[in-house]
Design a protein around this ligand. Structure first.
Ligand code: URP
Ligand code: ZN
Ligand code: ZN
Ligand code: ZN
Length: 472
């Protein structure tokens, strides 16, 4: 088996930082050694098959992006990254695991849907991957399939309080899924926005000739996110079920989550880099059709209302469980499906390659600590989605998923198509930011080093996930 020795790095965990050298045997971490202290360490620098010098750099567990949509069908088109292109881009950015969403539409069988997502991903991924299951049509058959999902390693289902007529679940469907999930240990993930009320505002806006992308945000006010989040929390409380609210963008919604957590409920909140950095005024509200690049749901929110600062404060206070990308990229010609009608713009932002860098900006600017960065980008998603301690930690026995991160490096995003996602623009075009992914190791294989991709489609394995490990 190949031995790999990573020496000189400052290991960052959610609990602190310490210098350690890491010995990898095959796909797993064999040992952490005190740096320079042993003859073994200096021996390994000459005897290991592969030697990675992490001197002066951070060594962090590989990133886990628990929310991606590779080649997802949406509004008559399909997200532009395939499992092959999207996982390669993820690897470039220090993410070594994704959890993507298999989608069951009303009338389809859940297990058939899962099988078709397996067919899309099998043999294509450059990094390890798992699945959540979107249940777009909760019925007797769908509820019965939850047990089989657990056996398949799919231990979380996503429901939608938005998109009536597409994926929408009513409160009874949500309640019964939560009840059934609670019995089996299945985690309910929620897209929490009041879709019925949103659709009425959309109808009114279009009737008044308000067709620009900014109206996507204006017809999805924070009150509808906060209301749905609160309703989901109460439904989960009555069902005795854990709840994970995806892509939270309103500070008031995150405050509801924090409140429920401090009251002892198993409620968890996820946010995304774009809700922390971008806004309705600056991006979604760009002149003409430009704002279409930033149409996603929940929407980018107003900076003057304090959402971005509020989310950073919740992150800093430890109330945010995970930062995921909700990676759902569309090229400009796909976004143009909504020219003249914002409601037809495919929803989604692509950033799977830049999550680690973008959240590192919170460390560089003193908003959060390096420990918190690792917690929300890797360790806590691993615990939430039944991957710990195989993933999310640098410890003997764990998969050797490691990122050497250079805090003194710099990353240019989007400039001259410097990214690897299958998109013809970037949501962060022209950003010059601090920090740089230096070397990425996925299950013992160096997949990114010296500015080169050394991985391959098919290296990534399907992860059968266990139950959530962070419930009280
Ligand atoms: O705009 C988004 N978020 N697109 C992906 C689908 C979803 O609701 O997560
Ligand atoms: Zn060393
Ligand atoms: Zn969603
Ligand atoms: Zn999503």
């Amino acid at each position: 088996m190949t031995t790999t020795f990573v020496h000189g790095g400052l290991v960052v965990t959610p609990d602190g930082k310490h210098h350690a050298d890491v010995l990898i045997d095959g796909e797993r971490i064999a040992a952490l050694l005190a740096p320079g202290s042993t003859a073994l360490g200096s021996d390994l620098r000459s005897t290991a098959d592969v030697v990675v010098d992490a001197t002066g750099k951070y060594l962090i567990p590989g990133g886990i992006d628990a929310h991606t949509h590779m080649q997802m069908p949406f509004g008559g088109t399909e997200a532009s990254d395939t499992f092959a292109t999207g996982t390669e881009a993820a690897a470039w950015g220090g993410t070594t695991t994704i959890v993507d969403f298999a989608i069951q539409k009303p009338g389809e069988r859940v297990l058939d849907a899962l099988e078709s997502w397996h067919a899309k991903a099998a043999g294509q991924c450059a990094i390890d991957y798992g699945f959540h299951q979107i249940v777009g049509g909760v019925d007797h058959d769908a509820l019965k399939s939850l047990e089989a999902l657990v056996a398949e390693g799919v231990t979380s289902v996503k429901l939608f309080m938005a998109y009536p007529g597409v994926f929408y679940s009513d409160d009874a469907q949500i309640l019964t899924t939560m009840q059934q999930g609670a019995e089996l240990g299945v985690l309910t993930m929620m897209h929490a926005e009041n879709g019925i009320a949103i659709d009425e505002l959309v109808r009114q806006a279009l009737a008044r000739g308000r067709t620009d992308p900014v109206h996507h945000g204006l017809t999805r006010p924070w009150q509808f996110e906060e209301e749905a989040t609160h309703r989901a929390i109460r439904l989960a409380e009555v069902a005795g079920a854990p709840l994970y609210v995806v892509h939270v963008s309103a500070r008031q919604a995150m405050a509801r989550i924090a409140e429920a957590r401090s009251g002892g409920q198993n409620v968890f909140g996820e946010t995304c880099p774009h809700y922390l950095w971008l806004s309705l005024e600056e991006q979604l509200g760009a002149p003409g059709f430009e704002g279409a690049k930033w149409v996603c749901s929940t929407p980018l929110r107003s900076r003057s209302e304090g959402h971005q600062d509020g989310l950073w404060q919740h992150l800093r206070a430890g109330e945010v469980t995970a930062v995921a990308t909700d990676h759902c990229p569309f090229c400009l010609n796909q976004k143009e499906l909504g020219a003249g009608d914002f409601s037809k713009i495919p929803n989604g932002i692509g950033s799977v390659e830049h999550r680690i860098d973008l959240i590192y900006q919170g460390v560089a600017s003193g908003k959060i600590t390096a420990e918190q960065w690792v917690r929300v980008c890797s360790t806590e998603p691993a615990r939430m989605f039944g991957l710990y301690p195989r993933k999310g930690v640098i410890a003997p026995g764990s998969d050797a998923d490691l990122v050497v991160y250079d805090p003194c490096g710099r990353t240019s995003i989007g400039v001259g198509k410097s990214h690897h996602m299958n998109m013809d623009y970037s949501a962060y075009e022209g950003w010059e930011i601090e920090g740089k992914v230096d070397t990425v190791i996925s299950r013992g294989s160096v997949v990114v080093a010296d500015g080169q991709f050394h991985g391959r489609a098919g290296h990534g394995k399907y992860l059968k996930r266990g139950l959530a490990q962070n419930l009280t």
